[in-house]
Design a protein around this ligand. Structure first.
Ligand SMILES: [Zn+2]
Length: 429
């Protein structure tokens, strides 16, 4: 046991030095405030979206869903786009669900939602797209847009707390879903990533889950900022899933990257690309549980040179030119998704099977099975040793845990020495 203890002690010492090696030395710079000439307030945005819906009842409808948990109330507005709503048979059309503003401080995300809705209403236009081909694309779709998933968190940001990404009671809505919920990485930061008291503890997440289950989309996109990236599952592992739909997602992202991001967007699995694993995310849930064949997280803008305290600047364009460039590029990217998504998945809208994580064995189940198998193979002679099995299990688990921990320390040391890039100052995903 002494051996294990010393291993752990060594591991903790290492993590202590690693964590404390990253200091932000830019804190003395003045922080950039919200540029009110470019960005609308949440109240104004919802009013403008309301206006669009009222002017285009043939295309748009809106509903507001409310939910409450232990005195904490949240509401989410959902705009549905469907041309020629008389045949509102959603099941025959290709369904797309888009969510914006899941993190409060990423104001640009909701501005993009408004731009996309304006183009869908034909009050704004995409350059170099003829309306005939656009309309034939849109005829086949039902698009549901959640312009502001985290209204309560957004209000905290508008009141001056520019770094707030969580909801109105401090929970990160992109850690509150059930796939791999609550797992904490070595560099876990409770301020950034609080997953809540349990999966779906937050009313916002409950609303979004209900919406996803009832709408059953073919495409899901969770729109964030903090970097430029086109992510697919998984966020909680550093790999992409196997199978046909994974391949289709990759192809689509490569095309969007080439057409709209000049190939500078990071693509691949969120967990494999962003520099950290994220547990309990919406996109992993959409893919694994709702079985959305194309589930993405887009990161539409990031200022990597900004100080980690300078959140408005880090997550949002601060000048008009960049602001317009981001909205033009990414609204065009979404219309490419609208066009190519259905083509990629084929005319048959059947959903591709993906393995359910719930059926996977945990390490404990695996160990139990392994040790039970071993004991039964040796028959009755082993019975006297059964008392020792529990202890063996504990030692074996400790041994595995410390080996993994040491290996991880070793790898992260090597990674650090190879590149000067420190851990991300703030999390986009
Ligand atoms: Zn985010």
């Amino acid at each position: 046991m002494g051996h294990f203890l010393s291993l752990f002690f060594f591991a903790f010492l290492q993590s202590f030095f690693l964590v404390n090696g990253n200091n932000d030395n830019l804190t003395h710079l003045p922080l950039v405030p919200i540029n009110r000439d470019l960005y609308h307030s949440s109240v104004d945005l919802m009013e403008m979206i309301n206006g669009l819906v009222h002017r285009h009842p043939d295309k748009l409808t809106m509903e507001t869903i409310k939910s409450i948990n232990k005195g904490y109330q949240a509401e989410i507005s959902v705009v549905t786009y469907c041309r020629g709503r008389k045949d509102n048979d959603d099941s025959s059309k290709f369904r797309i669900l888009l969510s914006f503003g899941q993190h409060g401080r990423e104001l640009i995300s909701t501005e993009l939602a408004f731009r996309i809705l304006s183009i869908l209403s034909e009050e704004q236009f995409l350059p170099n797209v003829d309306s005939a081909s656009l309309n034939s694309t849109l005829d086949k779709l039902v698009i549901k847009v959640v312009p502001m998933e985290n209204l309560n968190g957004r209000k905290i940001v508008e009141a001056g707390d520019l770094c707030e990404r969580r909801n109105g009671r401090g929970v990160d809505l992109n850690r509150n879903w059930s796939v791999d919920w609550g797992k904490k990485e070595k560099d876990y930061d409770p301020y950034e990533e609080n997953p809540g008291t349990g999966p779906f503890s937050e009313p916002e997440t409950q609303i979004m889950r209900k919406l996803a289950i009832s709408f059953d989309p073919h495409v899901w996109v969770n729109v964030h900022s903090g970097m430029e990236a086109l992510f697919m599952p998984y966020d909680h592992r550093n790999t992409t899933p196997d199978g046909v739909s994974s391949h289709q997602m990759k192809l689509l992202l490569e095309e969007v990257n080439r057409l709209h991001c000049q190939n500078r967007c990071m693509t691949g699995s969120g967990g494999g690309s962003v520099g950290y694993l994220a547990h309990g995310t919406a996109t992993d849930y959409m893919y694994d549980i709702i079985r959305v064949p194309m589930a993405f997280t887009f990161e539409i803008y990031g200022d990597g040179a900004a100080s980690s305290k300078d959140c408005f600047k880090m997550f949002n364009p601060t000048d008009l030119t960049t602001f317009n460039r981001v909205l033009n590029d990414w609204s065009a990217a979404f219309f490419t998704i609208f066009k190519l998504g259905p083509q990629q998945l084929g005319e048959v809208h059947s959903k591709v099977y993906v393995p359910n994580r719930d059926t996977e064995e945990s390490i404990d189940e695996y160990l139990n099975g392994y040790l039970m198998q071993r004991s039964s193979r040796h028959g009755k002679k082993m019975e006297v040793l059964d008392v020792g099995l529990q202890e063996m299990r504990t030692y074996f688990r400790l041994f595995l845990l410390s080996s993994v921990l040491l290996l991880f320390m070793f790898c992260s040391r090597i990674a650090k020495s190879k590149s000067s890039r420190s851990v991300l100052p703030a999390m986009p995903l």
